[in-house]
Design a protein around this ligand. Structure first.
Ligand code: SAM
Ligand code: SF4
Length: 327
């Protein structure tokens, strides 16, 4: 039986769980220099609460979970949550991290049952990395990538947000990195979800242009996509590594979207760009039964909108920023 189905026939199978809105970096396209007013600890879901909601969602058809934030590794004892989630019979349990502290957590996360990691890295140049994240931490992230591979958290996917005019001259350096380290490097189009409404379309480098530049230097072969937002490619010359593009702005994949998001303060969101969200924390803390929670979740999913309208005159950035939603 399909329970998490919306008006357009899309079925939700993938859940992003944000475990904190805090972060040790300050990526310019995501967070202001001084950080944000963080969600108070008592407003944040406990691991026990996250596991209760996850069980309800898995019973409704969720098959894969990705932990995110903010920076998820800032949440103490994250491996305990991973251990709990790993008992739910998921097909895939992963983590999106900026990687700064991954070197010291990779082994315990793998032991707890984490399958793999996505690591965000927007520059391979230490000076530019520090400019883009407002922190000098490139070496730590590179150590984190190595540690993740050694711990078997593979395939390691490296997520690189391309900002036109800022890091686009590093596309081929990232491709060489993918080939050298046998990682999947995925180039992500810059989306209007950061603080201060500073996004504009001039800062978006299209995936089509990124692929054109890569293919001219390293000819590519398309791989099958499934329900993945990334279009992935391997290399004609048989080199290790893969590259991908996530074209959220220029070629949105809303029609195939199978994703739900649970924020760290317990709200269910059916889209990154939604203007509404469903409070699950209040009923959960008031003692709602799994059946009552399931009903709330199914009603929210049924009302999922058709997609976002980035670039259209009617587009409005959601009030909740990316770091508070969980990217
Ligand atoms: N802190 C972790 C990290 O950076 O991987 C997890 C949370 S972060 C919000 C998740 C992903 O969202 C990262 O890959 C980040 O680069 C991406 N992201 C943040 N703001 C974005 C934006 N405005 N456009 C596109 N991607 C963005
Ligand atoms: Fe932190 Fe990730 Fe946002 Fe960068 S993108 S500021 S690492 S939450």
């Amino acid at each position: 039986m399909t329970l998490l189905i919306d008006r357009y026939g899309r079925v939700a199978r993938d859940l992003r769980i944000s475990v904190t809105d805090r972060c040790d970096l300050r990526c310019t396209y995501c967070m202001p220099e001084d950080g944000l007013d963080w969600i108070a600890p008592d407003q944040q879901l406990s691991f026990e609460e996250i596991l209760k909601l996850s069980q309800v969602l898995v019973d409704l058809g969720i098959r894969s979970v990705r932990l995110t934030g903010g920076e998820p590794l800032m949440r103490p004892h994250l491996d305990q949550l991973v251990a709990g989630l790993s008992q739910l019979g998921l097909e895939d349990l992963s983590l999106t991290t900026n990687g700064t502290t991954l070197a010291r957590h990779a082994k315990s996360l793998a032991t707890a049952g984490l399958d793999r990691v996505n690591i965000s890295l927007d520059s391979l140049n230490a000076h530019r990395f520090a400019e883009m994240t407002r922190r000098d931490a490139l070496c730590k992230v590179l150590e984190g990538i190595t540690a993740a591979q050694e711990a078997g958290l593979t395939p390691v996917k490296v997520n690189c947000v391309m900002i036109a005019g800022t890091n686009e001259d590093e596309i081929l350096a990232f491709v060489q990195f993918a080939r050298r380290t046998d990682c999947d490097v995925r180039f992500i189009e810059n989306m209007p979800l950061g603080a201060g409404n500073t996004w504009n379309s001039q800062k978006v480098l299209s995936s089509a242009e990124i692929l054109r530049r890569i293919d001219a230097a390293y000819p590519l072969v398309g791989m099958s996509r499934g329900s993945e937002p990334a279009a992935s490619y391997s290399f004609v010359d048989g080199s290790p590594g893969r590259v991908g593009v996530i074209s959220s702005v220029t070629e949105p994949f809303c029609e195939q979207c199978d994703r739900l998001r649970l924020t760290s303060d317990g709200f269910l969101r059916t889209c990154l760009f939604a203007h509404t969200e469903t409070d699950l924390r209040t009923p959960l803390r008031a003692g709602a039964s799994p059946e009552e929670l399931a009903e709330l979740i199914c009603s929210a999913v049924a009302l999922k909108g058709p997609g976002h309208a980035i670039g259209q005159p009617e587009f409005e950035q959601p009030v909740r920023l990316m770091s508070r939603i969980g990217g």
